[in-house]
Design a binder for this molecule. Structure first.
Ligand SMILES: Nc1ncnc2c1ncn2[C@@H]1O[C@H](COP(=O)(O)OP(=O)(O)OP(=O)(O)O)[C@@H](O)[C@H]1O
Ligand SMILES: [Mg+2]
Length: 209
């Protein structure tokens, strides 16, 4: 999926719906094209607008000025909000998104909501677990709450990857992980990017300012 941000400015101000949009702008005149299959990292100081940027791409918020286009279409204008469903969004502490009794049920949740046949659900959950390197037989019946930090994160990512998004957005995915888990998470993201062609957009805080 190709993502285009055209001259975007964004303000959280309530008056932003008026024309012209009201300052203060968190983001001003952002223009960027992210091509299918790219892996892009975004770094910036705390409060610089990284999470706001990601939320614009996911469609949680709409730009005050400018437009977002996914595969050449503006979902806010063309009533094609389903385009945003193709954007997988992983929050800073994705383990907070875990809720089911077993890892399997957690990952299967989105597929069940889409009313897939159970054989198909199983095949897809298995593939998603393999993609995040959680052994299917070892982990499928375990409680997601009894996993290590890195395993929880991988289980949460599997729950998004299983829906086969064209884009994977991660907001500071390595926060709170040790060096080894960070490395393994990055290996994983690179692999999914390379082998499945998923566009990956992730945010890191910038430690040098
Ligand atoms: N819902 C909101 N309402 C009003 N202002 C907000 C809201 N969310 C964020 N802001 C403000 O917008 C600015 C950018 O916030 P944002 O969360 O995008 O920064 P960030 O770069 O992700 O920071 P961090 O590295 O700390 O996560 C900050 O000044 C923040 O206070
Ligand atoms: Mg943030």
């Amino acid at each position: 999926m190709q993502i285009e941000l055209n001259d975007i400015s964004f303000s959280y101000s309530k008056a932003r719906r008026r024309k012209p949009a009201a300052p203060p702008f968190v983001l001003t005149d952002i223009g960027v094209t992210i091509n299918k299959g790219e892996m892009l990292a975004l770094a910036g100081r705390s409060g610089s607008g990284k999470s706001t940027f990601l939320q614009l791409v996911k469609g949680f918020i709409a730009p005050s000025l400018g437009s977002v286009e996914l595969d050449g279409r503006n979902p806010h204008l063309t009533k094609s909000a389903e385009l945003f469903d193709k954007v997988g969004f992983i929050f800073q502490y994705p383990e907070h998104q875990l809720f089911a009794n077993t890892v399997y049920e957690d990952i299967a949740f989105g597929l069940r909501a889409a009313k897939l046949a159970s054989g198909e659900v199983e095949a897809k959950v298995r593939r998603a677990m393999e993609a995040v390197r959680l052994d299917y037989d070892e982990f499928k019946d375990r409680s997601p709450f009894e996993l290590s930090g890195g395993e929880k994160r991988r289980a949460a990512i599997a729950g998004v990857v299983v829906l086969e998004p064209g884009v994977l957005i991660l907001d500071e995915p390595t926060a709170g992980l040790d060096l080894q888990s960070r490395r393994s998470l990055f290996d994983l993201l690179h692999k999914m990017n390379r082998e499945q062609g998923i566009t990956v957009l992730w945010v890191s805080f910038f430690p040098f300012s």
